[in-house]
Every structure is written in C-alpha cells, then in structure tokens.
Design a binder for this molecule. Structure first.
Ligand code: PLP
Length: 422
C-alpha cells in the first residue's frame, strides 16, 4: 500500500495507542480555523490543558492564604520543587535526589561550571562542539576568561569531518584520547540542536573519565525526547530547559542534574544561596552554610512557583501518556514515517542531515534544501499552516512530537512542502 496517502496516515493514527494525548494540548489554529501543523516542539512545546488549572490553583492559594501558602494546601510552596523531582528524574534516568528544577538553562550551565570547571595550568581546556548553541559557547568562553585563561588556547572545538554535517563519535573519542590530559571539562549536547544528531553520552562520558576529565551535557534538545540513564552513565552534570520538549511554557524554569557521587564532596566550589542550605536549619538564619546532600544544594533562591506549577502540569501530562519510554517508542515510528515520506517524495531536492539510525536521532529532522532558496520555501509552507523553524543558511527543522503530533501531520507537512518546492 502506498504510504503517501492521507488514508494510510490516518490508519497509523488510529493504531497509535497514545493518539488521544493530543487532546490534552492546546493546538494553535490557522486563520481558517484548522489546526496548525505544529512541528516546532523542539523550540517551544505546546501548552498542556492542565497548565492553566495548575497555575490558577497557586494564584488562588496566594489570594486566600498569602504567606501561609508556603506551608498549606496540597502543594505548599516551601517544598514545591520536591514535587517535581521524581518525574523529572525519570526523564533523564536519575535518582530524584540528583535533579532539581531551578534558574534557567544558561544560568545552570554557569553554576555547573563553577563546580566542575576547575582549571589548572596543566589542565584548563574545555571541549565543546564547533557549532555549539551560541549561548553555550558564550558561557564556556566567559568561564575560561573568568579563570584567567585564553579561549584561543583553552577552547577545543570538535567539528564534523570535511563535507559532513554531523559529528563522528570516533573523532570525539580521538580528541579526548589526544588532548584529554589537558582537558578539564567536556561539555557536549545530548542532541545537537541544528542537525538533530544524538551523541553517545555513555561512551563519551567513559572516555572523558578515563582521562580524568569532568563530563557534562546540555540536554536542551534531549530532555523529553530521548530515554537516558545519566546516573548509570556516571555523567557528572547536566542541564536542560523545560520549554522545548517539556512543554512548560516560554522561559520556564530549567532542570539540572548533578551525579550523587558529588553530593558529599566538601571540596567542590559552589556559588551558594539560602535555598541550597539544609532544610532543617534554613530559617535559623545562621551564617554557616550547610549544603543539602543532594542536587538541591545548588539552588540559590526560593523558586518562581507559577513556573514550577507549569512544569508540574507538563510532567503529569507525560506521566498520563505512560512515561518517556512510551513517547520515545512512538517518536521513533513517527519520525521514521516522516523521513520515509520525505525521502520518497522529495529525495532529490532535500537532504536529511539528521542521522537515520535510531540510536543517533530523536524527534527532530533537519532538512537541507538543495534546490531553491530555503527561506522562500520555509515562508511558503508557513503560509500554508506549517509551523517549524529555519536556521541559516538553508536548514528547515521539523520536530514531530509524539505527545501531540500525528501521522497525518507528517503526511500533510510533506504534501505542503512538496507543493512549495514545485
Ligand atoms: C534552547 C537552548 C538554549 C537556550 O538557553 P536559555 O538559557 O534557556 O535561554 C541553550 N542551549 C541550547 C543547546 C539550547 O538548545
């Protein structure tokens, strides 16, 4: 049967056990009233229907209770971040004590580098990718300078091979082998934001540790997308935002992981704040900092509860779907279907730079336009109700998100793209 028919796509939707999850989200509408073909969950995830009631609950608590809301109600604000730990931990393969929601992503990367980038004259380099997300690049460069080193010498940039778009694991391992003795920190993405490539976090962590490097990951595009095992892989730290695949709203509070092997290390430098202080004695307002024996010790401030409420709504929605393994399972099939259609219908005009193996790709497909101007094509499909994003010079990124995208979305997207390219 021809897979490039709406009928076939609808059949796949009917067989999809988590298809009803789409009804748990607000889907933006086109001017004509139809649902948008929203393929931009890698940039900003859609709003779960639970979110407004979770936020309203906290607003009402504040109206009724004022300051007493810190200690009363079903979800008192004092320990509110604790209500997120268990489900956040499942997403990244951690113990609840190893994760906390706090700050923003880039801020967390800085706080993690305070603890895990301790350069010496012999070992002061940081290994990142050449095409890192700019914020990560700025953060790393500024940390190097902050410690009095020169990014020209201390920044090691890993690049794809000539003529290739994605990174080669062997090249990363070879660089670690060659320069590992001088590398203090390896900080790479779990999923590369531009190509959608998934890096082998386990193997990279092992290689880094064998050379005495600290290893951390930016999981902005991995959290809520992949199944991970940060604890088992012995990753030192990780940070991610909660607004991409985790649907917690624009600029929402971010996630952070520190491996438990570091929780009791008193030598580790840390920028401290009162929310990292031992809960039992926090309000004694003593001036001796007693860190919690968990990743909570890295918290600074009492967190924005409204943002955490939106995260709780998102985590509950994922739990309702059956968890990250279920999502990943659909994601593999949905993105494989979209890939097949793109290749079959547009294989000549487009290159998919996202690796095709299951292990090396997540929900995102990055398409390089070979014929015609990518931006013109992007504008044309946007006018037809497709929301995705464009990255210079010629890449269209689409993310079929298992929680709310359908096989029909994949079909409709390829149909519209094909029209736009003719
Ligand atoms: C989305 C993203 C960011 C955004 O950083 P914020 O601090 O949340 O603004 C940073 N790094 C990567 C790799 C991203 O994908």
């Amino acid at each position: 049967m021809n897979k490039f028919t709406l009928e076939y796509a609808q059949k796949l939707d009917n067989l999809d056990p988590i298809a009803p999850m789409r009804n748990e989200f607000h889907i933006p509408k086109q001017d004509n009233g139809d649902d948008e073909i929203y393929l931009c969950g890698n940039s900003l995830g859609l709003q779960p229907k639970k979110t407004s009631s979770y936020l309203n609950y906290e607003l009402t608590q504040w109206q009724k209770l004022g300051v007493k809301g810190h200690f009363s109600g079903d979800f008192p604000w004092m320990p509110y971040h604790e209500f997120l730990a268990e489900e956040s931990a499942k997403l990244v393969g951690a113990k609840p004590s190893e994760v906390v929601c706090m700050n923003s992503l880039t801020a967390n990367l800085h706080f993690m580098m305070v603890s895990f980038y301790q350069p010496t004259n012999k070992r002061n380099k940081i290994l990142i990718e050449d095409h890192a997300f700019p914020s990560d690049h700025y953060a790393v460069e500024s940390q190097i300078k902050f410690h009095g080193y020169n990014p020209q010498d201390a920044l090691v940039l890993i690049k794809p091979r000539k003529g290739e778009e994605t990174l080669c694991t062997e090249d990363i391992l070879q660089t670690i082998e060659d320069q590992g003795d001088e590398i203090a920190l390896i900080m790479l993405p779990g999923v590369q934001y531009y190509t959608g490539e998934v890096l082998d976090m386990e193997v990279i962590t092992q290689a880094g540790h064998s050379k005495g490097c600290k290893v951390g990951f930016d999981l902005a595009h991995a959290a809520g997308n992949l199944v991970m095992d940060l604890h088992g892989w012995q990753v030192d730290f990780a940070a991610w935002c909660n607004y991409k695949y985790l649907n917690s709203g624009p600029g929402s509070v971010a996630g952070c992981f520190v491996h438990e092997s570091h929780h009791h290390n008193k030598e580790l430098p840390r920028f401290a704040g009162w929310w990292g202080h031992d809960k039992e004695t926090r309000f004694e307002m003593d001036n001796t900092f007693i860190p919690m024996q968990s990743t909570e010790a890295w918290q600074l401030s009492n967190p924005p509860i409204l943002s955490l409420a939106a995260i709780r709504a998102s985590l509950d929605t994922i739990k309702m779907a059956g968890g990250i393994e279920i999502l990943r399972n659909k994601s593999i099939q949905l993105s494989a279907y979209m890939r097949e259609l793109v290749q079959q219908e547009l294989g000549e005009q487009l290159n998919i730079i996202t690796p095709s193996s299951r292990k090396a790709s997540g929900a995102q497909l990055s398409l390089i336009v070979n014929t015609g101007d990518g931006k013109t094509i992007f504008d044309a499909i946007e006018a037809k109700g497709v929301t995705c994003d464009f990255r210079h010079p010629n890449v269209i990124r689409v993310a079929p998100v298992p929680l709310y995208n359908t096989y029909s979305d994949a079909f409709n997207f390829v149909t519209i793209l094909k029209e736009a390219m003719q």
